[in-house]
Design a protein around this ligand. Sequence first.
Ligand code: APR
Length: 247
Amino acid sequence: MSDLYKKAADIIRSAKRCVAFTGAGISVESGIPPFRGENGLWDKYDPETFDIRYFYTHTKESWKVIREIFYDLFGKIVPNSAHYSLAELESKGLLSSVITQNVDNLHYDAGSKTVHEFHGSLKRLVCLDCKVGYGIFEIDLTQLPPQCNKCGGVLKPDVIFFGEAIPEPARTDSFNETRRADCFILIGTTGSVAPANMIPSAAKANGAKIIEINPFVSEYTHTVTDVFLNEKATIAMKKLMEAINSK
Ligand code: APR
C-alpha cells in the first residue's frame, strides 16, 4: 500500500466531517463521456447548445441534442465501484455527503443518501410555464419538445444550463457543508466551471485537508490538493477503501 493511500486513509478516519466533491470523471467508467479531455463531449457538441438562451430560442434543436447526449443513455447507465465506495463510506459514518456537479443520478443509484446536486438532475423535468415537476419516466421523449400535461407548456430538464443560477437548496447546502468540512475528497473534475470550482478552494481556506482522485492533473492539483491519488476513480477508490479498512 503506497504511503499516499495510507495518508489519505488517516485523514479520512480522523476527520470530523468529510465531504466528497465529484465531477464527470467519476462517471466515465460507467460509460458517460466527460465534458473535457479524452473523448470529451465539448469536442463533439457546441457548449452553446447548453446555453439557456439557445434553449429558449431553439427549443426543439436543443432538446434533440440533450436527448442524444443524455437521455438515450439515461436509465441504462449504472453506478461503478467508485460510486458504491462513497455510499459505503457514508454508511460507515466516514462521509457526511456528496456534492456533485453531475446530473446522472448515479450517486443516488449507488445508495448515497445525502447528495447535493449542484447542477440539478436529469431525472426531473420542470414546466417552464406552470413550474409543475415531472419524473423522467413519466414523460414520452419521442415528441420534442415534451409538453406539460397540465398547461401544455414546454418541459425543461431540471439541470442548470450555462447562464442559469445554481438551484436551491443545493447551493446553500453545499456551501454550508464546505464551511463545516475538515476533509474533502475531489473525484474526477477539472475545476474549470464556476461557481462549482469555488467549493474546493473554500474548503481549503477553511482548513480542510484535500484528497484528489484524478488520472490527470486538474486546476486543483497544484493549488489546493494535499494528497493527489493519480489514478482512475475505480482503482483509486478500491485502494483507498483497502487502506481505510486495513486498521
Ligand atoms: N476517473 C477519475 N477522473 C477521471 C476519469 C476517471 N476514470 N476519466 C477522466 N477523469 C477526469 C479528467 O481528468 C477531468 O479532470 O475527470 C475530469 C472531467 O472533467 P470535465 O469533463 O471538465 O468534468 P467536470 O469538471 O465535472 O465539469 C464541470 O462543466 O460543462 C460543465 O456542467 C458541466 O458539471 C460540468 C462542469
